[in-house]
Design a binder for this molecule. Sequence first.
Ligand SMILES: NC(=O)c1ccc[n+]([C@@H]2O[C@H](COP(=O)([O-])OP(=O)(O)OC[C@H]3O[C@@H](n4cnc5c(N)ncnc54)[C@H](OP(=O)(O)O)[C@@H]3O)[C@@H](O)[C@H]2O)c1
Length: 290
Amino acid sequence: MTNLSPTLPGGTWNLGDLTVSRFGYGAMQLAGPWVMGPPADRSAALAVLRDAVELGITHIDTSDAYGPRITNEIIKEALHPYPVRLNIVTKVGGNRDDQGGWPTAREPDQLRKQIGENLESLGLNTLGLVNLRLGNAEGTVAGSIAESFQALVDMQEQGLIRHLGVSNATPEQVAEAMDIAPIVSVQNMYNLAFRQDDELIDLLNTQGIAYVPFFPLGGFSPLQSAALSAVASRLDTTPMSVALSWLLQRSPNILLIPGTSSPAHLRENIAGAGLRFAVSDIAELNTIGR
Ligand SMILES: NC(=O)c1ccc[n+]([C@@H]2O[C@H](COP(=O)([O-])OP(=O)(O)OC[C@H]3O[C@@H](n4cnc5c(N)ncnc54)[C@H](OP(=O)(O)O)[C@@H]3O)[C@@H](O)[C@H]2O)c1
């Protein structure tokens, strides 16, 4: 399989010694409804992953909690043995229950089990980047992360993990992690309409740490705003394209992981994410999240 297109919008970023396309792919939508069970169309799920790599994407975000296990198994079926340049980023810190809930699981022995499950379901000997998923399904929750993060550092020292990051983290938790060991990324909720991390993004940029917004298109509730529609219509494009282009332009350390189960949407998102905005467009878009 050939990969690496230099034409993806945004160019590349280095997560430690791993070079990734800033336009990546989020695999959560490949499981069934509400991220439980198998997808309705397994062949489309396989196709979207293969297309992503063919189109030059070298960053796929996943979790063994998606399905659970199903998304990782689809990634392995679609892409294993993995192209050398492909980086699969996973997260630990939560499980799934029978009702589709996301109970936290951040005790050291639970994390060790999840790392083992990710290695197995993805068919890897080492995980390139693992994010410690904090908080809960409602958002961030303050409190020390030392014991959980140290457990991942121990597994990193054992060679099971190459790089570490945190997810759904408060700025204080990001700082606490960095006091324990280097991190290469923070993956938090952020998009045009939800801009709680503006200061954190700028700080991380000065430190060379990636910021990876989840729900870049609004997640389960697609972004909707009059200003977004107005800018999209003026530029003769879609609100999705404006939302992704704005993120790429917002800061060089932002990496995109938009999710889609549709090969057509994948292509549409790549084609649309390279817009350059006029100052007046940015000013109008800035009214959305403030
Ligand atoms: N760390 C965390 O706690 C956390 C939490 C949530 C998500 N994540 C990660 O972040 C990634 C991105 O989040 P997400 O997938 O939930 O949300 P998202 O990227 O904001 O939005 C995905 C939704 O947008 C739709 N979509 C995408 N492109 C479209 C297009 N061109 N036209 C119309 N609809 C389009 C998708 O539907 P179609 O399938 O029909 O295209 C899907 O319903 C996930 O895949 C996951 O890897 C991490």
